[in-house]
Design a protein around this ligand. Structure first.
Ligand SMILES: [Zn+2]
Length: 417
């Protein structure tokens, strides 16, 4: 126990956790407003059309088993590859094609492990697609679906190869201090990723165009002006090529920041679109992408420190056929660690996300001063997206990135506070 406190990676990990706690305490809005009471939520559900509530429950019941199974299988496969010698064996085999060169092991071996881990859940993704089609949510045929899968694999291969080559190159350049460089590099990469995501990754999946000039655009830009949020343009994503769901979001940092609405949203009444965009302006005004990025950057740095600590368990590594944690043969172990960390981090991320979303809802209500349209918009969203308006509490605690429809309507019912 005494030695771990003298390990610089452990000390750094404690410092990063401290920073995470401070950033989360200061920047995440912990209320008010508080999440509405259970009684207020139930009253909100009672006022919704029963067929909307029933459709959301039916869709959730159809899709949840596949999602859980997919999570479970993904985790089991990551653990089997990472915690047995199988992972190291696969990486070594990939390296042998190029005479056992470290770069071949790192990139080909690493990608092989990543692609196996993704591919095992592909049948469940296909099953999910059939459910989405049956419920009228997906507008894609198999051709479009396969093209999407191919795009996402291409992104994994390109981004994965760059990160694997950089990480294992770094461990060779600095065999002792690699973890400090990698922790800093991971944090910078998260920030950079957040900034370039809208211009490098989003266009792989969708086309974006400027919202057509007209009364709606004028109203949205005027509202942004009134809100003190400089918005040059509102972008429309061609989401209808794969879904009937409606959505809007803010992405990017600084010069790449943008407000995007799905083209499917534009089929809804203008005042409901205004209400949605008012919520997104809340994210832009409060710098929510910055908050998420800062927490993500610190989390990534913490993950690297954790790997360095794991590297001290040399006996354990040897049993897996790995000399050191910095050997490409250990890539499956690293991915297994990240899979477990992700499982623990998911509910924490969602607690933070729900607080941020609640503040954006509050902002939308204050900016528009129109709770009735907000409630109608939430009803439309639930109806179109087949949302479970009041999911089981523990499920929502773990998986819910936004307040539930019941909570959001109850919030508006209580406005002004
Ligand atoms: Zn939001």
């Amino acid at each position: 126990m005494g030695t771990v406190f003298r390990n610089p990676a452990f000390v750094t990990l404690l410092v990063v956790f401290g920073l995470l706690a401070v950033v989360a305490a200061i920047l995440v809005p912990w209320g008010p407003p508080a999440t509405p009471s259970r009684a207020a939520q139930l009253a909100a559900v009672a006022k919704l059309p029963p067929e909307v509530v029933a459709a959301g429950k039916a869709f959730a019941a159809a899709t949840r088993p596949g999602s859980y199974l997919s999570m479970g299988i993904g985790l089991v496969v990551a653990l089997v590859l990472g915690l047995t010698p199988i992972g190291a064996t696969i990486v070594a085999a990939c390296g042998r094609v190029f005479g056992g060169h470290w770069l071949a092991e790192a990139v080909l071996g690493g990608l092989a492990i990543m692609i196996i881990s993704q591919a095992v859940t592909l049948p469940l993704s296909a099953w999910r697609h059939t459910i989405l089609v049956r419920y009228g949510m997906s507008t894609q045929g198999w051709g479009g679906w396969i093209a999407d899968v191919a795009r996402s694999y291409a992104v994994t291969i390109v981004v994965g190869a760059l990160i694997l080559a950089a990480f294992y190159g770094l461990t060779r350049l600095s065999p002792q201090q690699w973890w400090a460089w990698a922790a800093g590099g991971a944090a910078v990469l998260v920030m950079l990723g957040s900034a370039v995501y809208p211009i490098l990754i989003e266009p792989v999946f969708n086309s974006f165009s400027s919202l057509d000039d007209g009364p709606l655009k004028t109203e949205l830009l005027e509202m942004a002006e009134r809100d003190g949020v400089p918005v040059g343009d509102v972008l429309v994503a061609d989401a209808s090529r794969r879904t009937n769901a409606v959505n809007a979001y803010v992405s990017g940092l600084g010069p790449t920041r943008r407000i995007v609405v799905y083209d499917t949203l534009l089929t809804k009444p203008d005042d409901e679109v205004v209400s949605v965009v008012a919520h997104e302006l809340g994210h832009a005004k409060n710098g929510d992408v910055w908050i998420g990025t800062a927490l993500g950057a610190l989390g990534a740095a913490a993950g690297v420190c954790l790997l360095a600590l794991l590297g001290t368990a040399t006996g354990f590594l040897r049993r897996l056929g790995i000399d050191t944690i910095t050997s490409p043969r250990g890539v499956a172990l690293l991915l297994a660690v990240f899979a477990v960390v992700g499982l623990v981090a998911t509910p924490i991320q969602n607690i933070v996300s729900r607080s941020i979303e609640l503040r954006a809802d509050e902002h939308a209500l204050e900016l528009t001063g129109d709770p009735d349209t907000f409630i109608r918009m939430q009803t439309t969203l639930a109806e179109t997206n087949l949302s479970d308006v009041d999911p089981p509490v523990w499920l929502h605690w773990y998986f819910g990135s936004h307040p539930t429809t019941a909570q959001r309507i109850a919030l508006a019912e209580g406005f002004p506070w």
